[in-house]
Design a binder for this molecule. Structure first.
Ligand SMILES: [Zn+2]
Ligand SMILES: [Zn+2]
Length: 107
C-alpha cells in the first residue's frame, strides 16, 4: 500500500506545507487542520468524507505528544502523533478557537 506524503497547500490557513521528513504528514503544522481522507488505517486514503478535521485535545506521554483530531463532518476521531515541525506552542490557542466553529454532525 502506497503512503501519500506530498507537499500541499493547507485548506484552512492556505500556507504551503512541506513534506514531512520522518512521518506521513496528515495535518498542517501551522493550524493543525487536516482533511478526513483516511479510513481505518492511517494513510490508506480510503474514505469519501473529506470533511475538515480539527484538533480538540492532546496528551503528552513518555515524552511524545499525541493530538486528538475530530472530523467536523462525520464526527470520526483519531489520535495522531505530532510531527517534529508542528508549531505546538500554538496548539492550545488553536484548540480553543476551533471550539467556536460549527460542527456539521451532532452527538
Ligand atoms: Zn494550516
Ligand atoms: Zn469525516
Amino acid at each position: 500500500m502506497k503512503k501519500i506524503n506530498e507537499n500541499f497547500i493547507c485548506i484552512h490557513c492556505k500556507q504551503a506545507v512541506q513534506e514531512a521528513k520522518q512521518t506521513c504528514r496528515n495535518h498542517c503544522p501551522h493550524c493543525f487542520v487536516s482533511l478526513h481522507v483516511d479510513g481505518d488505517i492511517p494513510g490508506d486514503r480510503n474514505t469519501e468524507c473529506h470533511g475538515k478535521m480539527y484538533p480538540t485535545a492532546y496528551e503528552i506521554k513518555n515524552g511524545g505528544m499525541k493530538i486528538l483530531f475530530v472530523c467536523s463532518k462525520c464526527g470520526k476521531k483519531h489520535w495522531n502523533k505530532r510531527a517534529e515541525d508542528d508549531e505546538v506552542s500554538q496548539l492550545d490557542t488553536r484548540i480553543q478557537s476551533y471550539k467556536k466553529i460549527s460542527w456539521e454532525f451532532t452527538n
